[in-house]
Design a protein around this ligand. Structure first.
Ligand code: GLA
Length: 377
């Protein structure tokens, strides 16, 4: 199901009336800046033309009925009940986490409502479907409650839900890019502020996503472990955040904290170089930085996998590919490639076929275009 059209029809069939509010929020590609966000660093991302849509109509009886195109089930609970769910209904924790976060930001939440979410964003591919549902839900809830906070607050509400309700200690990248995305531009975030900005994407640059459909069984635990190792490294270096360290990282740290710190500190430097190369329209240089970022993930941050490494190596050997890297948290998920306009479905299929020969299954392929950030429709 894609777009607000089918969503409205489905809403009518499910709840027997029209939605009052429809909101959309896009997924994102992490272009460069891997695990820099929660270390106070900088990062570049792109909102893509794949989204989560939320339709909502208020109810006077204080009951919340929530459904998604994914499960087809309706979760029904009183507005007073904000307990986490597990099993097939656990997707509800994203909108519930947003509702639970609103009071911490001094904002009202709507009491009863009917709610339907749908998505054309692959889930579990590292394209931040969770941030997209948080932001689309947040926009819908805020409109329903008559609140209109600044965009930056919407982004922080999404992250708050993820950190405190869903329980993933992520940074601001995913929600920031979903919130501040703009067509034909990349989102630049200085995560310490956070401060959000955009830089133009030079014409002729294309993004292709290759989703391995693999996910490390312990991916959330591994993410949290890397977060901890970064904090330990910062403490040992006597700084609050690794972003305070200028390269080179002193060789005095124990391992693996030393490797983690080198990755983050050098990656922040690469983000700065990538911004300068983008401004100069030098896509070859941007591509080299992307591939260098991947090698650093592989060797220093150790959040890559054999599948992701194989795809990167295969892609960078193909004509038209400027660079490639894992995108997002790592430990599975997707690889993104930045290519010229000559790279096409046939080339992408070639990469997918060599992957299938090696790993026995084809990766999902997506030629993603940049898109605008979250919006009410
Ligand atoms: C995930 C997190 C982000 C960021 C990336 C790695 O996508 O949600 O906050 O840390 O991993 O850069």
């Amino acid at each position: 199901m894609t777009g607000p059209g089918p969503l409205v029809g489905d809403f009518r069939r499910l709840f027997g009336r029209d939605p009052e509010i429809v909101a959309r929020a896009p997924g994102r590609i992490e272009v460069i800046g891997n695990h820099t966000d929660y270390n106070g660093g900088t990062v570049l991302g792109a909102a893509i033309d794949r989204s989560v849509w939320v339709a909502l109509a208020r109810r006077a009886d204080g009951i919340r009925r929530m459904s998604s195109g994914l499960s087809g089930r309706v979760v029904e609970r009183p507005a007073s009940d904000l307990a986490r769910l597990s099993g097939p209904d656990s997707w509800v924790n994203y909108p519930l986490g947003v509702l639970a976060a609103l009071p911490s930001f001094g904002l009202r939440s709507p009491a009863g409502f009917d709610y339907l979410a749908s998505s054309d964003l692959p889930v579990g591919a590292g394209l931040s479907s969770s941030a997209a549902i948080e932001l689309a839900s947040g926009l819908a809830f805020l409109r329903a409650a008559g609140e209109d906070p600044p965009r930056e607050m919407l982004v922080r509400i999404g992250r708050h839900a993820e950190n405190n309700f869903v329980g993933v200690p992520c940074g601001i990248l995913d929600q920031g890019v979903s919130g501040f995305g703009r067509k034909d531009r990349l989102v630049f975030i200085d995560c310490r502020g956070p401060r959000f900005d955009t830089v133009p994407l030079p014409p002729g640059a294309h993004f292709w996503i290759f989703n391995t459909h693999t996910k490390h069984a312990l991916v959330d635990g591994m993410y949290a472990q890397r977060h901890r190792e970064c904090q330990e490294a910062a403490r040992a270096l006597g700084v609050a955040l690794l972003a305070d360290v200028k390269p080179p990282v002193p060789g005095t740290l124990p391992e693996p904290q030393g490797r983690r710190a080198r990755h983050v500190v050098e990656e922040i430097a690469r983000v700065g170089e990538a911004v300068r190369a983008l401004e100069a329209g030098d896509l070859l240089a941007v591509g080299r930085l992307l591939t260098a970022s991947h090698r650093s993930s592989r060797d220093l941050f150790e959040n890559s996998t054999a599948e992701l490494d194989f795809l990167v190596d295969t892609l960078v050997a193909l004509p038209g590919v400027y660079g490639a890297r894992l995108t997002g948290g790592g430990f599975g998920g997707a690889v993104m490639a930045m290519t010229d306009g000559g790279f096409n479905d046939a080339r992408a299929a070639e990469a997918a076929a060599s992957y299938a020969r090696r790993f026995g299954s084809k990766p999902g392929i997506l030629h993603a275009r940049t898109a605008n950030g979250a919006e009410l429709l």
